[in-house]
Design a protein. Structure first.
Ligand code: GLU
Length: 279
């Protein structure tokens, strides 16, 4: 069965761009006689708020969407992410990184080359080469650390990979452009890349629908699938909706949130018209 998902983070109110993404996934699932799942991506404890989660359910229902219950909330599945991290650790592919953001910027400033990837500055790898005793020493001192993937080692373990995007065709996976990505953050023992990849597998998602701003992330997700033996879905990265000035919608811009529009008396049909989706 065709299964896709809409996976918002409850860090603000949904806006027109979210409505487009949810309806795009919903219509695709209908076309394939499948299902659209809703997933709440709430690993960021500092930014997620329960009232935004409630608003997500309200706003999507107002738009006319429905989804299988219960929804998966990432914060309730930390054991799944811990299990995956354990496996990657046993494969020798993770290392603790004690660097602060400031130190990483400083290391880049001092280096003659500071390559960038899709998420910004690439990690220069300073903690990759720490000795076991130094690592242990810093852990014994309770220095906070993230877990990073040793990208070169991970890539050489799985060899060449491909993935398929419904709009752009076959892709050669190029996860190395991200460098040693963080798979468990200092403040929460998982990361976007790890949680989303594992969840899509565990929820039986056959087609990942999301905005083209996350296109590059799929290279990393394909690598994680290969390392962890997960199913490989296909992908459909849709265009991003923009305002009249060509600017992407943002949660902080209240005028385009569904909540604000509802308050102004806009009806759901009007929202569908605005985002160019036929009901
Ligand atoms: N939670 C992400 C967001 O709100 C979407 C992640 C995904 O679709 O893979 O932007």
């Amino acid at each position: 069965m065709f299964i896709t998902r809409f996976a918002p983070s409850p860090t603000g109110h949904l806006h027109l761009g979210h409505a487009f993404s949810a309806l795009y996934g919903f219509q695709l699932s209908q076309k394939h006689h499948g299902q659209l799942l809703l997933r709440i991506e709430d690993i960021d404890k500092g930014r997620c708020r329960p009232e935004f989660e409630t608003a997500i359910y309200d706003d999507l229902t107002w738009l006319g969407l429905d989804w299988p219950k219960p929804v998966r909330r990432q914060s309730e599945h930390m054991d799944d992410y811990a299990g995956a991290l354990k496996r990657l650790t046993e494969m020798g592919l993770l290392y603790p990184c004690f660097c602060t953001r400031k130190q990483i910027l400083q290391q880049a400033a001092e280096s003659s080359r500071a390559p960038h990837g899709p998420d910004g500055l690439l990690y220069p790898g300073s903690c990759r080469d720490l000795s076991d005793s130094e690592r242990q020493n810093r852990m014994d001192h309770c220095d906070p650390y993230a877990l990073r993937l040793d990208m070169a080692r991970a890539c050489s373990r799985v060899g060449a990979l491909t993935w398929h995007d419904r709009q752009r065709g076959e892709q050669q996976a190029r996860p190395e452009m991200f460098g040693d990505v963080v798979l468990a953050r200092k403040d929460t023992p998982t990361s976007y890349h790890l949680a989303v990849t594992l969840d899509d597998h565990l929820q039986g998602v056959t087609c990942v629908v999301r905005g083209v701003d996350l296109f590059q992330a799929s290279h990393v997700h394909r690598l994680l699938q290969a390392l962890l033996g997960l199913d490989v879905p296909e992908y459909d990265h849709h265009r991003l909706l923009t305002d009249e000035q060509g600017k992407r919608f943002a949660k902080r811009d209240r005028s385009v949130t569904l909540r604000e529009m509802r308050g102004r008396g806009v009806n759901p049909e009007e929202v569908l018209r605005l985002i160019g989706v036929k009901s």
